[in-house]
Design a protein around this ligand. Structure first.
Ligand code: NDP
Length: 304
């Protein structure tokens, strides 16, 4: 199949790129992966309260569905298959399980996955107190004036903990080692906050609660086991960009994110947007914004 524009991904970056590019008449085809897992990280967020335009909040699933409908309205074609392999050595070839596609221009928006931990109760309380995004989920009524915890020792952990102090009664930062990896500035900000308590050399052994919500954590601090009251646990232990198929094809940074300047990669005609090229901001709205830029860049490239 020969197409002008292929978009790989199914989250807000891919869908915004699809809306803009189909509206501009570029006839994009979106490879959204298997349908049961399409939609990206928003699909597991129950209440999105910070995407502009929804004063009462919106369910993550519904927000993604709406974006998809909007892209379809302008003629975007969706294919429910993964791109398993790419070859950018002579034109842009994409391979799925059933077909080979030759595209004139490609937008990569495959996202990144937050790293999670596994311990007793970690699956049971996922989305019932355990989350990997404080900014997305922290304002939930589940966490108001309750003890909360963040796992991690990097800048994300500091930032998430500081954000959570607006809601929780106390925020524990659970650090596996005896030092922080966070920058001096972020570390100082967290240390100055009276609501934040650091527990070093600490691992979570078990999450406990009732059938609907998390209530406590069993933790091991340097060999001492204790149970602490905790209604919200947030992982801030890094993300993994979905760039496995791009290794050796496109310039990636040392963490595996695609290197971009305004969504332009090192290969003219290959653009990247959303979390796959952004390890810092990682919000639905910033992913959408970069999807818009990528579509405008594609339009420029294809009109040459
Ligand atoms: P980092 O990789 O910097 O930090 C990850 C943290 O998670 C480390 O403390 C690490 O511990 C810990 N960790 C990893 N795996 C586990 C595990 N299995 N169990 C317990 N702890 C674990 O990731 P971040 O997301 O914090 O930051 C990514 C990048 O984004 C950085 O460059 C950062 O500076 C930047 N950033 C900047 C911000 C800002 O300036 N406002 C805000 C957010 C991110 P250990 O140290 O022991 O390896």
């Amino acid at each position: 199949m020969n197409i002008p524009l292929a978009i790989i991904g199914s989250g807000p970056a891919a869908l915004t790129a699809a809306i803009y590019s189909s509206r501009a008449g570029l006839n994009p085809v979106v490879f959204e992966g298997e349908l049961d897992v399409a939609g990206g990280q928003l699909m597991t967020t129950t209440d999105v309260e910070n995407f502009p335009g929804f004063p009462d909040g919106i369910d993550g699933f519904e927000l993604v569905e709406n974006m998809k409908k909007q892209a379809q309205k302008f003629g975007t074609q969706f294919i429910g298959e993964y791109v398993n392999k790419v070859d950018f050595s002579n034109g842009f070839l994409l391979f799925t399980n059933t077909q080979t596609i030759m595209a004139k221009c490609v937008i990569i928006a495959t996202g990144a996955v937050a790293k999670k931990l596994t311990f007793t109760g970690s699956d049971m309380y996922w989305n019932k107190g355990i989350s990997a995004c404080a900014v997305c989920d922290g304002a939930s009524s589940l966490f108001k004036n309750k003890p909360l915890a963040v796992i991690g020792g990097g800048d994300s952990a500091m930032e998430e903990a500081l954000f959570l102090t607006k809601f929780g009664s106390v925020v524990y930062i659970l650090v596996r080692g005896d030092t922080l990896r966070a920058s001096k500035y972020m570390k100082a900000k967290a240390e100055e906050n009276p609501k934040i308590k650091f527990l070093y050399l600490t691992q979570v052994l078990e999450a406990k609660g009732d059938t609907t919500k998390l209530k406590s954590l069993v933790i091991n601090t340097n060999g001492e086991i204790q149970e602490i009251e905790c209604n919200g646990l947030f992982y801030a232990i890094g993300h993994i960009p979905a760039t496995e198929i791009l290794k050796g094809q496109l310039a990636l940074d040392d963490q595996g994110y695609i290197k971009t300047i305004d969504t332009i990669t090192n290969i003219p005609g290959i653009l990247a947007c959303g979390d796959v090229q952004d390890h810092q901001w990682r919000q639905a709205i910033t992913a959408s914004a970069s999807g818009c830029i990528a579509a405008l860049q594609a339009e420029k490239f294809l009109s040459k």
